[in-house]
Design a protein around this ligand. Sequence first.
Ligand code: ADP
Length: 297
Amino acid sequence: MGNSLRPAGFGTVRAMPASKHSGKALRLGIARNREGPSAMKEGGTNPDSSSPASAALPQTVLEARSVQKSYSTGEKELPVLVDASLKLRRGEMVAIVAPSGAGKSTLLHVLAALDTPTSGGVYFDSKAIETNQDTAIADFRNRAVGFLWQRHQLLPDFTAAENVAMPLLLRGADFASALQTARKWLAEVGLEGRADHRAGELSGGEQQRVAIARALVTGPRVLLADEPTGDLDEQNAWAVFDLVQRLHRAHKLTSLIATHNLALAARCDRVLGLERGVVVTRTAQAGASGTLGGEAS
Ligand code: ADP
């Protein structure tokens, strides 16, 4: 497994450091602390409105409440999300770290309304996303959330600018203005010189930067990223992560990033995990670096 680490909860948990990390690579573990097991589960209480201490917390932008998601495979039901709750507060950048197959993509798809939960709900600005109303869902997907896939999903025969313009064209923008906005976004991700190159001709890192521009071109408030650096070498992974973090801050996004990379996760404001279909809080721990074992999904 090389420098890969097994996730805590499946391995060792170290004591939390008293101070914040400083450039040192970090190891992440499940928070099994003095508050006991109930403190581990994410989103179970509602601290947004109840206590004076929590009154200062930024507003919750996107929330999953007791989401359950099972897949039917033949006669069997595969429970993936059992009771998944989380809150993303305005402006925070949250990582979710869990082994392959734990349900990260499933959770992100449900949060983006790309898939429907078996039970439970997703709330945007405290309003339930009505999964049975096509126009509301299309609007939510188009305007509220930008989705970044691990394997960029670009159309290889279209230019970088055309790929970035696509979500605007799907929203009914005219071609010239969509392309103009796309070029502006390509400049933001440092690819103005590649706007007219076909996506298939770009390097992996460049393709992922085009995908970032495409995820943000509609001006969403939330960015959901599913292993955005999983297909990249270490240098490109850090560069792409730096870019995501810079854009997150510049555009005041609220972001949730699924990753195997513990060092990258430790650069986020909070780190969550997924254990047996439940979202848990993880803590950053100093002393080691690496990625979670298993295939990136
Ligand atoms: P992760 O992103 O953490 O790797 P996924 O959410 O992709 O996990 O998958 C979680 C589990 O659900 C896996 O066992 C996977 O095989 C299964 N799964 C995902 N999508 C489907 C589907 N459409 N039908 C059946 N099983 C699925």
